[in-house]
Structure formats: structure tokens, C-alpha cells
Design a protein around this ligand. Structure first.
Ligand SMILES: [Zn+2]
Length: 469
């Protein structure tokens, strides 16, 4: 059984999919007006890991996500740069794909943009007006929050708190057009020339932010979906408003499990542009040559907890990931010198630790405990590969298990030399050849050269082994 913490009930609940073996999940994507920051990256990694674990358990996962490609931030940026809103959105949507690819984040089954579903949004808004849940006011359309029974249930706030919150976010222009301050826009009037807009029954305008996710979840998945995910900052007002809109339209429960990931703090402070600690994934990837270290780092904390990011946590992550890769290489190295058959004891530990890994992941995706199980296998691999006699089946099973479990974290290719530079790789190859042709002077020179570039080599009866210094 898999337990999922549901923000709606504030409890871990047994996960039951609507359709056996299948999962419909929707995760809020970024507004494409800038490079994504490390907090967006964490959200993408957290839900990719959730998806991968469900897939590991044999589920078929339909994963839908969006790009918000029309909103004030995009319009402002387009005006500042003197280009179209579409050009801004295209640039940063492209950057999103370029930056998430090295992190091995699976592409969404469907990723839709707000501007691709405008007719569906207009139909949705028409329905809300028809049912009395929304009203037009000077070209804007607002949702009557108080008419929706249970408004704010996800935010765990009562109406008075929400009214106080709404007052804090008020924009005076809008307030005069609203029946009530807690109402929110589902459609916005756009009278300006040269600014992106669409014709609608309420005049020229564009969608409010919350409506696109309600529309896409219903259009691409279903009226009721299994999981909806996003950062905890989205619970109110974004997800609160999604529930109101969707359930007002369909009369059915919108989401069975609401999952929210925690923040990323930078040097123990909340990340913000004003503090100057705003870290984009794009910058991070250009600072560190191994993107898997970033993925590993953002996986080491359970998804609901805050992560503190500092340079030394990256270094710690690098060392830990290198320990796993080294153990994997040690196993591969001993494969050639292994004897046929199985060890027996090794298999028992593999089974125990695989169970421990699954128990941890079943417990609301407790990734640190799951990693602890992987490190037990790493220790086993390190001890076992030092034995005089090793059995082929046991080595194979260790390799397969470590690789399969790491793949749930999106970390593949443990055996590849992807983390080596071209120079390091070439020097290693040259040294193998030098030793094969008994040119020991050359092989010694190459050993020194490799040391200078951070690789230590060791000659064993089974051939050359290497480690990162
Ligand atoms: Zn959303």
C-alpha cells in the first residue's frame, strides 16, 4: 500500500486510484517569462520522482502539466523588450525543456499552454456564468467565491481569514468591479492596443491565471483526477480557486489527493529577488558540470520538507553520488573475474533492502529513507567486491537492483563515464593500451597525468581500476 499525504485532509491516506493500475495526475507548471528558479526545479523533480515510483510499481501514469504563457509578467516583459508575448513565452518554454532535460525529468504526457486552450476557457467561463457562479463586470468575469460551498477548504482558512488575505492582495481597479473582495477573476478585460487578447462574449480579453489548470485537467484527464501537485505556495489562492471553478462546473469532486512540495531556501533564507539570492536552474547548470548532482541533491529531502541549498550541500551531494557510482563501477569491474553461480547471502540482503526502499517510498515518498536502503546495497557491493571469489549472479543482481532503484530518482547511467571529461576518458583509454603493449614507462607517465586531472588509477590482477581523487 502506498500512503500519500493529502493537503486536503492534512493526513497520510492510503492511495486508491480511480481506475486500477492507472493514475491521472496534473502538476502546475511555470509561468514562462524567465528561466525557472531552483524552487520550480524542485517541484518538477519531486513530482517526476512520484511519477517514476508509481511507474516502478507498475502503474501507467498520465502526467499533464502546463505553461502559463499569458499573464501580467509576460506582458510586462514583452513590452520592456519590445517583442511579442509569444516570443517571450517561446524563449522560456524552450529554456525550460533545455534545462530540465539534463536533469532527466520525463516530459509530461501532455504539456499544454494556456493560449492553446482559449476556446475551452471561454466555454468554461460561459458555463460558470450560466450556473450563477460567475458574473461579468465591465468586461471582466469574476467567480462568486462565497457561493461555492466549502470555498477555502484546501487552504484550511475560514472566510474571515480569507477576506483579510484578499484585502492584502487587492488591486483597487478590480475591487470596484467585484461584488465581494474574495471573488477572483476568471477572465480579464484587455482594452490596450498591441497587448495580447482574444475576442470573447465579454469583449476583448484574456484568461485569469487559475482557470487554465481547471480547463486542462478536465480536458486532458477527467472531471475527477487522482493527484494534483504543485508547490505549497500554490495551495492558496491558486489551487483553492481551481477546486471552486472545477467543482462548480462539474458538480463532482475535482481531486482525490492534493500533494504539495516544500520550499527551497538558499543559505537558510527564503529565496527572493530582493534578497539577491534568487537562483535559476540555468545558472546552476552552468556552474556545476554534473547535472545529476543537482538532481540528487534535490531528491535527498522528503518532498514536503524545506530544502536548504548552499554550496557545501552541493559538495556533499557530489560525494554521495560518487560513492554510489564507484560501488557500481566496482561491481562492473568484478563481473569479468566472477565465477558462475549465486552467493546466497548477497541475494538475501538485496531482497531486504529492496523491501526497505519500497517501504520508505510507500510512506509518502520518503526519499531519504529510500536512499539509506540504497547505501546499504552500496556498502554490500564494496565489501563483496573485495572478496577473493565473487559469484556472477550475485554481482549481476546487485548491479540491476542499484540501477533500478536509482532510476526511481531519475539517476541513470551509473556505469557510463558521463561524469568524466573527454580528456580524463582519453587518458584512461591510452593507459589501458600502454599496459597491454607493456609500455610501462608510458603507463607511469599517464598515471601521473591522470592524477593531475583528478583520477587515481590502480592496477589489479583484473586490470586497471580508477577513482575520482
Ligand atoms: Zn495550476
Amino acid at each position: 500500500m502506498i500512503y500519500v499525504y493529502n493537503t486536503l485532509s492534512l493526513k497520510k491516506e492510503v492511495f486508491k486510484p480511480i481506475t486500477t493500475g492507472k493514475i491521472n495526475m496534473y502538476v502546475c507548471g511555470p509561468t514562462v517569462y524567465n528561466y525557472i528558479h531552483i524552487g520550480n526545479a524542485r517541484s518538477a523533480i519531486a513530482f517526476d520522482t512520484v511519477r517514476r515510483y508509481f511507474e516502478y510499481r507498475g502503474y501507467e501514469v498520465n502526467y499533464v502539466s502546463n505553461f502559463t504563457d499569458v499573464d501580467d509578467k509576460i506582458i510586462n516583459r514583452a513590452q520592456k523588450e519590445g517583442i511579442s508575448e509569444l516570443a517571450v513565452a517561446n524563449k522560456y518554454a524552450e529554456a525550460f525543456h533545455e534545462d530540465t532535460l539534463p536533469l532527466n525529468i520525463k516530459p509530461a504526457t501532455i504539456r499544454s499552454r494556456a493560449t492553446e486552450v482559449i476556446p475551452d476557457i471561454i466555454d468554461f467561463v460561459k458555463d460558470l456564468i450560466g450556473k450563477g457562479y460567475a458574473y461579468e463586470s465591465e468586461g471582466d468575469v469574476y467567480f462568486r467565491a462565497k457561493k461555492f460551498k466549502g470555498y477555502g477548504i484546501l487552504a484550511h482558512q475560514d472566510l474571515a481569514e480569507m477576506e483579510a488575505n484578499a484585502a492584502g492582495r487587492l488591486n483597487d481597479d478590480e475591487t470596484v468591479r467585484k461584488e465581494d473582495p474574495v471573488d477572483f477573476a476568471v477572465w480579464k478585460n484587455e482594452p490596450r492596443e498591441g497587448v495580447i487578447s482574444w475576442e470573447s462574449p465579454w469583449g476583448k480579453g484574456r484568461p485569469g491565471w487559475h482557470i487554465e489548470c481547471s480547463v486542462m485537467a478536465q480536458k486532458y484527464l477527467s472531471n475527477t483526477i487522482d493527484i494534483h501537485g504543485g508547490g505549497i505556495d500554490l495551495a492558496f489562492p491558486h489551487h483553492t480557486n481551481e477546486i471552486a471553478q472545477s467543482e462548480a462546473r462539474t458538480g463532482q469532486k475535482f481531486v482525490n489527493y492534493w500533494m504539495h512540495n516544500g520550499f527551497v531556501n538558499v543559505n537558510n533564507e527564503k529565496m527572493s529577488k530582493s534578497l539577491g539570492n534568487f537562483t535559476t536552474l540555468h545558472d546552476l547548470l552552468s556552474t556545476y558540470d554534473d547535472p545529476m548532482v543537482i538532481r540528487y541533491l534535490l531528491s535527498t529531502t522528503q518532498y514536503r520538507r524545506p530544502i536548504n541549498y548552499e554550496n557545501n550541500t552541493v559538495e556533499q551531494a557530489r560525494l554521495e553520488l560518487e560513492r554510489i557510482r564507484t560501488a557500481y563501477r566496482n561491481l562492473l569491474f568484478r563481473l569479468d573475474s566472477s565465477e558462475l553461480g549465486s552467493d546466497g547471502k548477497v541475494e538475501v540482503i538485496i531482497e531486504e533492502q529492496t523491501k526497505a526502499f519500497e517501504q520508505a517510498m510507500n510512506d509518502d515518498f520518503n526519499t531519504p529513507n529510500a536512499l539509506a536502503a540504497i547505501f546499504e546495497l552500496v556498502s554490500l557491493a564494496n565489501t563483496y567486491t573485495k572478496s577473493n571469489v565473487v559469484k556472477r549472479n550475485s554481482i549481476q543482481e546487485l548491479l540491476e537492483t542499484i540501477s533500478k532503484l536509482m532510476s526511481v530518482f531519475g539517476i541513470d547511467g551509473l556505469d557510463s563515464h558521463a561524469d568524466l571529461t573527454t580528456e580524463q576518458r582519453e587518458l584512461l583509454d591510452m593507459r589501458v593500451k600502454a599496459r597491454q603493449s607493456h609500455d610501462f614507462t608510458k603507463s607511469d607517465l599517464l598515471r601521473n597525468r591522470l592524477k593531475e586531472v583528478g583520477i587515481l588509477v590502480e592496477d589489479t590482477p583484473q586490470g586497471q581500476r580508477w577513482y575520482k581523487a
